[in-house]
Ligand binder design. Sequence first.
Ligand SMILES: Cc1cc2nc3c(=O)[nH]c(=O)nc-3n(C[C@H](O)[C@H](O)[C@H](O)COP(=O)(O)OP(=O)(O)OC[C@H]3O[C@@H](n4cnc5c(N)ncnc54)[C@H](O)[C@@H]3O)c2cc1C
Length: 290
Amino acid sequence: MNFEYYNPKSMEELLNVLDNLRNYYFLAGGTDIVVKMKDKIVSPQNIVDLNDVQELKGISSEEDHLNIGPLATHTEIEESDLVKKYAYVLAEAAAQVGSPQIRNIGTVGGNIGNASPAADTVPALLVLDTTVQIESKNHKEEKNLLDIFKGPGKTFLTEGQVITKLKVRSIKEGEGAAFVKMGKRKALAISVINCAVWLRVDKDEIVEVRIAFGSVAPTPIRLLEVEKWLKGQKAEDDVFKQAAQMAQDAIKPIDDIRSTAEYRSTTAASLVYQGLKTALQRAREEVGNE
Ligand SMILES: Cc1cc2nc3c(=O)[nH]c(=O)nc-3n(C[C@H](O)[C@H](O)[C@H](O)COP(=O)(O)OP(=O)(O)OC[C@H]3O[C@@H](n4cnc5c(N)ncnc54)[C@H](O)[C@@H]3O)c2cc1C
């Protein structure tokens, strides 16, 4: 492996480095990129290590959302009191990533940047309506997370751009969420299929709902049609069963080494049903499922 190594110490230095650089990858935890380099799937000319850029770290709360630095590791997310209280579905998803060793170094920014359709934190972030802050030398913008993904392993980020913050909407009273994953083995399993659900109820009515899936399409997806149908429906078992069937009909998964399309389709229905039921139960409890 032959590459130039850059190790900026501040955001300013990082953006300056990126301004003149081509053919590079970032190094956050390295759990994806180092494996890809070893397997010769990628051979970048340059590696930009993000780990000394303090501005990319930390988790804080603000009005109706959490600010999460892309360098937050899965363990930090899983153990954060703020995430456990206001975005517990994300803590649940982070807790399901790989093994403790992977969670200790793998980051949420890397999980997004790697753009795997199976990334576990992404469906949870999608149902929390996450906005991604992207910066380059002379520009800063915010995009909905859903608009970041182009295809397997590909994002719409262009050269010079880096994800600098995630704005994750807090779960409030009357709202509930759940993450459900089906992997091949319990530990170290990349998802065969994963699903996150968020809903807001008023008495017995579903006021708003978001459903996201991983591993059923080239990118993580939201089930916008099913969400639209659920809005205004009664929050009850029969409705959840119908929504589960609609979800199964809506997705077009593929066969691959981890599973078959048929298995993914039927599993999708049960994950949506289970997700809706758990989210409803939580919406009816107090805020914060520590
Ligand atoms: C054994 C094993 C098991 C795994 N199990 C799971 C699992 O169960 N679930 C799961 O979801 N993943 C799993 N993974 C994949 C991986 O651990 C995660 O995707 C992890 O979150 C990647 O984070 P990282 O910090 O290591 O990323 P890195 O490898 O450092 O980077 C990954 C990619 O993201 C880009 N990137 C990093 N930071 C930024 C940023 N701030 N802005 C823009 N782009 C950025 C990099 O350029 C690179 O392309 C597993 C990996 C291994 C090796």
